[in-house]
Design a protein around this ligand. Structure first.
Ligand SMILES: Nc1ncnc2c1ncn2[C@@H]1O[C@H](COP(=O)(O)OP(=O)(O)O)[C@@H](O)[C@H]1O
Ligand SMILES: [Mg+2]
Length: 481
């Protein structure tokens, strides 16, 4: 089910009206308020700039000629700074040139004075509607190519196939609370984003915050916002992430480290869908999907009193657990190839794949840092690679050491790496000889070619290692076939 975007109306829109003429300013503000908008006014460029800095507006209706500067200069400045608001410029009828310049500077539309208020409302609605349509188009396009959706979860293991299916189900279900657990680097971020992107709210904001990143008081005001004067630095009111994420998703990473007092506030929000800003009295209601993640074991934290049991049960309605990479080795090769392609493109290198020795080394690695470690490892290898193949030499030092498998190295033409604890060379020779004889069905001449030695050398080794009987048997079997 896809909720149709609300494309019309000015209800609840935040509008800034900037004009130095009192009567006009009042008239515009009144009309917008009648339409259900929240209006702020400014009579100078300076004041407008201050308002823009403090609050966020959906729409700015801007006069051109002002006592302390031009609206056009303010518009250009705001666009340079990446302002998200939609701007409509008002210019005198005699200066259509200004209107054209305003459009070039990024204004959504312009109004030639004098205009009537119905025309104003129409232009404002149309401008906001275009913005909504544009983001809707982006969203649909993103969904069409699967960008950010479950297709981003790479891996052919059964666990990953089930995870992709679960992500799609959860996204479509309209579930409001989801808990993702898994070791660090297993893909918790990827899964959270995939759920959001695959959901009908995919075009709405996805805001994430790591609960360990800020001291408690700052984290609270970041999440829930604060009123003006709530604390010393609170010079103006500020909306928190819960308000900003309205209609979308808030991703609370490292929830296991959230301070207990905030856990209480979060629980209250999950139960009532409303909260108060820091220093505020008003209950603010928002509809937000909450995805929490942690690499810690919450039941253990509950047992030791570091995490609220009631919050844990509330979050755990839809648990998603991502297994560590070492439990799904079938995914390693897919991930290696995925990131090799990714970084080849990004670093503009012509790479086809990994050579056999490197691949053997990489698939046997236990990956304690999970996919993140693998990704970093591939990035480094691609950066260092000279030829079209990534080799053991391009792997991090700790991965180049370790138990070299001479058979694998030989199969790929080396390089042979001496393991830290040394090798028994005779064993290596014997193992290679064995394999050469198996492959050539006991033909000593061809085995010698495979091993790069004279036939007499093979004859000598066969004798030395007592393989004659085996070779004879093999040769006979071959002859009677
Ligand atoms: N299944 C996966 N498919 C593709 N990329 C993945 C997968 N799992 C993890 N990654 C990548 O590995 C890195 C770490 O993943 P992340 O989601 O940040 O892990 P976590 O949040 O669990 O610590 C990211 O760069 C992410 O893109
Ligand atoms: Mg993470």
């Amino acid at each position: 089910m896809t909720a149709a975007p609300n494309l019309t109306g000015l209800r609840h829109r935040r509008i800034l009206v900037v004009d130095d003429e009192l009567a006009l300013r009042k008239g515009l503000a009144q009309r917008f308020e009648d339409e259900g908008a929240e209006v702020t006014t400014a009579d100078t460029v300076t004041l407008a700039r201050k308002s823009l800095k403090e609050g966020d507006f959906d729409l700015v209706v801007l006069d051109h000629r002002m006592p302390d500067g031009t609206g056009l200069a303010l518009l250009e400045e705001q666009k340079r700074q990446g302002a998200a608001a939609t701007f409509i410029m008002m210019t005198a009828y005699s200066s259509t040139e200004d209107a054209i310049r305003a459009m070039k500077a990024g204004a959504a539309d312009y109004l030639l004075k004098p205009f009537d208020l119905d025309e104003l409302v129409l232009v404002a609605e149309r401008a906001l509607e275009n913005v909504a349509l544009k983001s809707e188009v982006t969203r649909l396009r993103a969904r069409a190519v699967g960008a950010g959706g479950s297709a981003n979860i790479v891996g052919k293991s059964r666990a990953m196939a089930e995870l992709r299916a679960l992500v799609e189900r959860v996204a479509a279900s309209g579930a409001r609370t989801i808990l993702i657990t898994g070791e660090s680097g297993t893909g918790k971020d990827v899964v959270a984003r995939a759920i959001h992107a695959s959901s009908p709210e995919g075009g709405r904001p996805f805001l994430d915050i790591t609960c360990t990143a800020l001291p408690e008081a700052l984290l609270e005001s970041e999440l829930f916002g604060h009123e003006k004067g709530a604390f010393t630095d609170a010079k103006s009111a500020k909306r928190g992430l819960f308000e900003e994420a309205e209609g979308g998703t808030i991703f609370l990473d490292e929830i296991g480290d959230m301070p207990l007092s905030l856990q209480a506030k979060l629980l209250r929000f999950l139960e009532s869908k409303s909260f108060r800003r820091v220093g505020g009295l008003k209950e603010i209601k928002v509809d937000v999907r909450v995805i929490a993640a942690t690499h810690r074991r919450l039941p253990e934290l509950v047992a030791t009193g570091q995490f609220r049991g009631d919050l844990y049960y509330r979050l755990n309605v839809i648990p998603i657990e991502i297994p560590p990479l070492k439990e799904r080795p079938e995914d390693i090769q897919d991930l290696l190839e995925h990131f090799a392609r990714h970084y080849s493109r990004e670093l503009k290198k012509e790479l086809s794949s990994f050579d056999a020795a490197a691949l053997a080394r990489l698939t046997r690695h236990p990956w304690p840092g999970n996919v993140r470690e693998l990704r970093n490892c591939v990035e480094r290898a691609v950066l260092l690679a000279h030829g079209p193949l990534l080799t053991v030499a391009d792997l991090p030092p700790e991965m180049r050491r370790g138990d070299a498998d001479p058979a694998v190295a030989a199969a790929s033409g080396g390089p042979f790496i001496l393991p830290e604890r040394g090798v028994v060379l005779e064993d290596a020779i014997r193992s290679l000889l064995d394999q050469a004889l198996v492959r050539t069905a006991g033909n000593k001449s061809r085995a010698a070619t495979l091993l790069g030695v004279h036939r007499d050398q093979v004859r000598y080794w066969v004798k030395k290692y007592g393989l004659e009987r085996w070779v004879r048997r093999k040769t006979k079997a071959e002859a009677t076939r």
